[in-house]
Write a protein that binds this ligand. Structure first.
Ligand SMILES: [Zn+2]
Ligand SMILES: [Zn+2]
Length: 90
């Protein structure tokens, strides 16, 4: 059977894919101003209570978890997820 029942309506398996460049969607300014305005974008906290900002790569530590950042004395004190949540509950 070479004829299909729907006449002209032959389904086309080929779909055109729109390929959007990922970079055009969210332009990242690397000036560091984003962090000051919007806040830092934190990576996952590690077990030691430290993290970094994935935008500006600044070291961040939780002052509730540890007293100071083990590597960077200029690291920013910032409450981790656990401790910021407990602040809200308390
Ligand atoms: Zn940042
Ligand atoms: Zn903490």
């Amino acid at each position: 059977m070479a004829l299909d029942l729907w006449g002209e309506r032959v389904p086309r398996p080929k779909k055109r894919r729109k390929i959007l460049p990922l970079t055009s969607q969210a332009p990242h300014s690397i000036t560091g101003n984003d962090c000051k305005i919007l806040g830092h974008t934190l990576r996952e906290w590690d077990l030691a209570g430290c993290t970094i900002c994935i935008d500006c790569s600044v070291n961040i530590f939780c002052p509730r978890c540890i007293t100071k950042h083990p590597q960077d004395v200029n690291a920013l004190p910032l409450l981790c997820e656990r401790h910021s949540e407990s602040m809200v509950i308390a």
